[in-house]
Design a protein around this ligand. Sequence first.
Ligand SMILES: Cc1ncc(COP(=O)(O)O)c(C=O)c1O
Length: 457
Amino acid sequence: MPGVDLRKTAAALQHELLEFNKSHPRSAECYRQGLEHYLYGAPLHWMQQWPGSYPIYVVKAQGATLEDVDGHSYIDFALGDSGAMYGHAHPATVKAICTQLANGSTFMLPTEESLWVGQELARRFGLRYWQVTSSATDANRFVLRLCRMITGRNKIVAFNWNYHGSVDETQVELDAGQRMIPREDVHPNGTDHQQTTRLVEFNDTAALEEALSHGDVACVLTEPVMTNIGMVPPEPGYHEALRNLTRRFDVPLIIDETHSISTGVSGYTGKHGLKPDFFVLGKAIGGGVPIAVWGASEEMAKRIWRVRPHFKPGDPINHYGFGGTLAGSALQLAALKATLEEIMTEENFTHMEKMASHFEVGTKAVIGKHQLPWHVTRIGARTEYLFLDHPPKNGGEAHLGRHPLLEAYIHLYLLNRGILLTPFHNMALMCPFVTEADVVRHAVLLDECILTIKETR
Ligand SMILES: Cc1ncc(COP(=O)(O)O)c(C=O)c1O
């Protein structure tokens, strides 16, 4: 139980919805028009899944601030669900992409700038060889295919309540009897998950060992900290066991740092000395331009070249099954360079982490004051609260700490008062432009919000 009065919460949500409708008439009109030509009223169905009656329509966003068509201004802790983690319209990104746009944006040819980026990715994350895609979903899909190519095996191992983008093999969950079933709301898309996937709980090394022991696993795909079902931190020794087991069974290990890059300049991998075979990073790395990168160790690259050697003039043109016409474009590389060189700096991360730490302390104080059975987890610049009294051990347990009604109410209460939390999570990201006053404002409003729905004992 989340420790608040759920009847009061339902009534309070209705009140907040009325307030939202009253104060967002222009967004209401935009949404009415949007429903005419967008399947779910907006260009992406998730845009409809904010806590109000309809999305707020954005006029502009700068740094940590976002403004809507009704003239409201928000402190943005959602930051495009990580896509704008380093702040909106960062001057370094704007300058780099405007310059590149004026010189052409896509040629199916590399630029000299790409050379520095390749070197920097290798230096920062420790893997030697890199490719660029247009989304983290794509990067994951391509790496899975490569792992199958080099191992000759078909199954992937993933973790219960993972999210790695719309990767078909991962659209599964464990039911109450620990059997793997297709995710309830996602069509299996022709994928026979019994052939493609083994799903285990995070932090369960015995289950992982069993899953790997059949000799049919092409790779393990994981986040270093689960972030898409609340946050599930690894237990002490878990990463070491994961690496040892994957090595013992000769199974490539893919670490997807798309969210956990909030840890610091070289992600959780750099900070904790992980040694993945493949590494995936998307979203914020492009400063808002659609990009992801994936890296391969030298050993994995050699195995890839054995099955798919370098092209020579006169060879038939190959498809390999990965790529994308706009992937690796000059525009992407210019944005990537700006992010790596000027934005993902120690200085910025120091500020982001300091603000996140204040956010964590402030939120914990409110939870403590009201004696709620909730807890807060933070990885670097990313903080999340979950309606459980302890950090969950795995995805299954974390799922029990979700409460859609309560989440909707808290999110809408904050939104109506000028704060955006990330929809689908109780998550706040700190960008380099956020201030201490912004963080304090969240704690004050959360306190007021909880007072409206507290149980009367
Ligand atoms: C860990 C992780 N990997 C990959 C993705 C997919 O990213 P994109 O939607 O940009 O393809 C996500 C999206 O939330 C994610 O959280």
